[in-house]
Design a protein around this ligand. Structure first.
Ligand code: TYD
Length: 223
């Protein structure tokens, strides 16, 4: 395995772009860290980051977006701020890392905007996808792990945490978010989105993610 990992890095190939998606409380943050640790142990160059945020400037945009005091934020302002943060992290961090052969693991990326703002927020998928293309220079993750949990479980897992501006939304909003993600999964003809039952134990999910990534690697190597 180590041999393969070294081959991947030394061959000067573009790094893989791996994103994690799911409703709030799905357990993404734990899984992104486990995958990062696993790949690093294999000797790979890996970068873990998150959206919105991940750079000095984008983290400041994150604060505006998630501040519960900003209840009066217009929906279009929200869309554009998520995109502004995305443009910053892709241009400053993600695209240069991929170019130098580093794999990037993202705790949320473009699908979050499609689902939260485009579908659940009613802003329309088409506009969001157009903006996503501009912000990312038309970059789509190579593989996306959709951690799927019922809204009730997501909510239970967040108990005790102070809700941010997005988390203040009603349950019905998160139902739409979950359904939105499942819709993206069902419509995905490329096989990019891998749906994971995230009600399962942490180690089981982590093992499934590694297996799916290895399958992706061997497929990529043969094409
Ligand atoms: P996240 O960092 O996952 O929050 P937490 O660590 O508290 O779970 O994401 C912050 C919130 O922003 C989350 O509720 C989802 C939302 N979001 C959007 O609505 N659109 C987007 O494009 C992104 C990236 C996130």
């Amino acid at each position: 395995m180590l041999i393969w990992a070294n081959f991947w890095y030394n061959a000067g190939m573009r790094g893989r772009l791996i994103s994690f998606e799911g409703i709030d409380g799905a357990g993404k943050t734990t899984q992104v860290q486990l995958l990062r640790d696993y790949l690093q142990k294999r000797g790979e160059q890996v970068l873990l980051t998150r959206e919105p945020g991940g750079t000095y400037i984008a983290e400041q945009i994150r604060q505006i977006l998630l501040d519960p005091q900003n209840k009066g934020m217009d929906e279009l302002t929200q869309v554009l701020l998520f995109q502004a943060a995305r443009a910053q992290i892709y241009r400053e961090v993600v695209l240069p890392a991929l170019e130098r052969g580093t794999s990037v693991i993202m705790d949320r990326s473009r699908d979050s905007s499609v689902v939260y703002q485009g579908i659940a927020g009613g802003m329309g998928r088409e506009m969001i996808e157009r903006l996503n293309d501009v912000s990312t220079r038309q970059t789509i993750p190579d593989i996306t792990f959709l951690l799927d949990v019922p809204v009730k479980i997501g909510k239970l897992r967040r108990e005790g945490e102070e809700p941010d501006l997005i988390e203040l939304q009603k349950n019905s909003f998160f139902q739409k978010v979950r359904r939105g993600y499942l819709q993206l999964y069902e419509e995905d003809t490329t096989g990019r989105i891998k749906k994971i039952d995230a009600t399962k134990p942490i180690a089981h999910i982590a093992a499934q993610i590694v297996k799916l990534l290895e399958e992706w690697d061997s497929h990529a190597a043969s094409t």
